[in-house]
Design a protein around this ligand. Sequence first.
Ligand code: GLA
Length: 412
Amino acid sequence: MTGPTATRTPAGEAVAGATDLFHALTGSEPEGVWSAPGRANLIGEHTDYNDGFVLPFAIQHRTAAAARLRGDGRIRVASTFAPEPVEVALADLDALFRAGGRGTGAPSAPTVPEWAAYPLGVAWALRALIPDWAGGTLPGVDIAIASDVPVGAGLSSSAAIEGAAASALNELWGLGLDPVTLAQVGRRAENEAVGAPTGIMDQMASMLGHADAAVFLDCRSLETRSIPLGFAEAGLEVLVIDTGVKHAHSTGGYGERRASCERGAAALGVAALRDVTPADLPRATELLDDVDFRRVRHVVTEDQRVLDTVAALAADGPRAIGDLLVASHASMRDDFEISIPELDTAVDTALAHGAVGARMTGGGFGGAAIALVDHDRVAAVSDAVRAAFSAAGFAEPHLFTVVPSDGPRRDV
Ligand code: GLA
């Protein structure tokens, strides 16, 4: 096969899938269908929980939530990810999630499957914001979810679920919350209901994305600026190379990296690594062991690369950012140690076949790389990556292009 594996299903199919599932679940029509996108991160990895800078963009792959209020105080969620719906009383969400993740802290509370903790966690976090809902009891809701965001690929299928569920509940419950608050709700669901200690980048990218633009986010102030990317105008495509190696941030390496960063900030006497500049690094070598020093160096230099990327895009356009993407990948591979051989092969092969720049994207330990590639080289780069994977004995990667796209919307 030549070129990208396939364009993934268009977003309309997520909307149709959620609507069909809603019919099957309830036998009735949804009141509405809301959708939110996944994201690719152009640059700025593991900087978000260090109060730093990130530059992600929303992609065309979306998750849709078809929903309708119900007369009792119960919430039922169904998804195409799992055969069985999950139903709980809204009043029980607190016992389920209060202690930080899928009911683990409340011995008498039922646990829920991980996929259900995303939408239920969003309902719980929203409910916590509005203890006195219009002076009465919050009505229950049925939600059916379908998605065409690849799961486990580092494209934030989780933020897309949170964004779709938050958008649906925000409107059905008449809350009128702004996108930044809804992003914070999504992050709380992920941190405290699912139990993944992630930052806020993914939710902000999903909630604030715009077509043809990236979201430049200061993770301390939560101020954003929409940065024009101009990929199409420059004849460039973003090729995603999904290694198929699944990652999960609720386990292991992600939390360890975070702990290293916190140790580094404490040793350097700052609130967060955002407050450390490249000029401070010589001092850091004296205060930290080799591993923590390299973790710190990644974050500090990555923050600078985000700022440099924003400047390069404005001054010289997207062809000028290739070296920054490559340097970001090297830093993640060598200093932060979150790459895997499949991701390195993807990046090296794309660059060897003419990509303008390439790097792994997302949390790491699996997932996908992105390569910025001339439109007419996409097929050649794709074929070369596939051949390199086969020669290395890796599973066949999924290759597809993504387009910087708009944030959440009501579709129906
Ligand atoms: C995951 C997390 C984000 C961010 C990235 C790494 O995607 O959800 O908050 O930390 O990893 O940049």
